[in-house]
Design a protein around this ligand. Structure first.
Ligand code: SOE
Length: 388
């Protein structure tokens, strides 16, 4: 029997659009009982919230998010507001007994993430953090390959997340769209915004990161604030690189920047193990590359004149999520990663097996982010305290 899932969205930017699209399309592609209803959207700017609501089909607009949380006709709060607001909204939503979905990074820092995790766990409300790249079919296939034991003893994990949209010195900081450059709203720069994705994927595929040493840089030292008009120091990290030790004994390198000219959303990883390697690049999102050295079934080494990297077109119905979409050889897009995430959340509700990453899982990523920034500040290695 169909059950309504009445959504209260808080915020309305780029992520508000990506999430709204997934609520609208869920029942077109996934056979689940829950039927999302776009009930309310909250934002301070009534006019902008209204045009967002009209475009996406929300029933009403509120200018105070607390009214959405207090409303009896809302089951789920989805937080797409700037990072600074995540904690207060998530805790209030949990205390009101609502399910809580939160954009990444979970919080501004570990202390906040711990409070948020405690609140959803105390209230016993379903929760999820939108680390959408886990839901790229090729990345989900990488997880399957690792879980099948095809990589063998892991030695190296290498991640990059590169963009180039803040190189110009006249890009302002702060305000709609540009709050990611304002430390007060974002908490950090590329570490929370981009490396959080890389860290989440890395720990999903290769287990806990236990120790880090990092270097950050802020290339443009001052920018005009879009709201106040004042020129202010820039306090976010424009670039961050770190070395990591994983609990399984492998070594990691992570590089992220918004100053890699020509790179728009270059999110890659490579995992090298004794028996095989995997490589993924978001600029070719439908492919997973796999180098098979040891054939699992036969236990034989595959080394002959035809050995090489296999570029798997992840579009068959046997591949993760792909049986929901089109015919083999046809592709899906960025927006489907959010749709797949929502479907996993709803399937979790219906099967009683809660989806991952939940707040507790995202707290582990937050711990790594905090220690990366701390290491960059002190110039010393830091233990992350990540235990799972
Ligand atoms: C930043 O430009 C950004 O929009 C991130 O905030 C998203 O999480 C990332 O997936 C794409 O880039």
């Amino acid at each position: 029997m169909a059950k309504q899932l009445r959504v209260g969205m808080i915020g309305y930017g780029f992520m508000g659009r990506a999430h709204s699209n997934s609520y609208k399309r869920l029942n077109d592609f996934f056979d689940v009982e829950h039927r999302p209803v776009l009930t309310a959207v909250a934002a301070r700017n009534q006019q902008k919230a209204k045009s967002f609501a009209d475009q996406w089909g929300y029933e009403r607009v509120e200018t105070d998010w607390r009214r959405v949380i207090a409303a009896d006709d809302i089951d789920l709060i989805d937080i797409v507001a700037p990072n600074r607001l995540h904690k207060e909204i998530a805790i209030a939503a949990a205390q009101a007994g609502k399910m809580v979905l939160c954009e990444k990074p979970l919080a501004m820092n570990v202390a906040e993430a711990e409070e948020m995790t405690a609140a959803v766990e105390k209230a016993g409300v379903p929760n999820m953090v939108w680390f959408n790249y886990r839901r790229v079919p090729a990345i989900a296939l990488a997880k399957q390959v690792v879980d099948e034991g095809r990589i063998g003893r892991p030695f190296h994990y290498r991640a990059t997340y590169l963009q180039d949209w803040t190189i110009a010195e006249d890009v302002p900081q702060g305000g709609a769209g540009l709050w990611r450059l304002d430390i007060a709203d974002a908490g950090s720069g590329v570490t929370g915004d981009l490396l959080a994705h890389s860290i989440d994927t890395a720990m999903w595929l290769n287990g806990p990161i236990t120790r880090v040493t990092a270097k950050t840089e802020t290339f443009v030292k001052e920018r005009k604030h879009a709201v106040s008009g004042e020129v202010q120091p820039v306090s976010i990290d424009d670039a961050c690189m770190f070395l990591a030790e994983f609990a399984n004994g492998s070594l990691g390198t992570f590089e992220s920047t918004r100053y890699a000219r020509g790179r728009k959303n270059f999110n890659t990883f490579e995992l090298n193990g004794a028996d095989g390697s995997l490589y993924f690049d978001l600029e070719e999102p439908e492919y997973l590359q796999y180098f098979e050295y040891l054939q699992k079934q036969s236990g034989k080494k595959i080394e002959d004149h035809l050995t090489g990297w296999r570029k798997i077109h992840v579009t068959n119905s046997e591949h993760p999520y792909m049986d929901r979409y089109w015919v083999p050889g046809t592709t899906i897009g960025y927006e489907h990663t959010f749709l797949n995430a929502l479907a996993d959340f709803v399937i979790g509700l219906e099967t009683g097996k809660p989806v991952q990453p939940d707040f507790r899982n995202a707290l582990q990523t937050q711990k790594v982010c905090d220690m990366v920034l701390e290491s960059a500040r002190t110039g010393e290695w830091r233990q992350t305290g990540v235990d799972r």
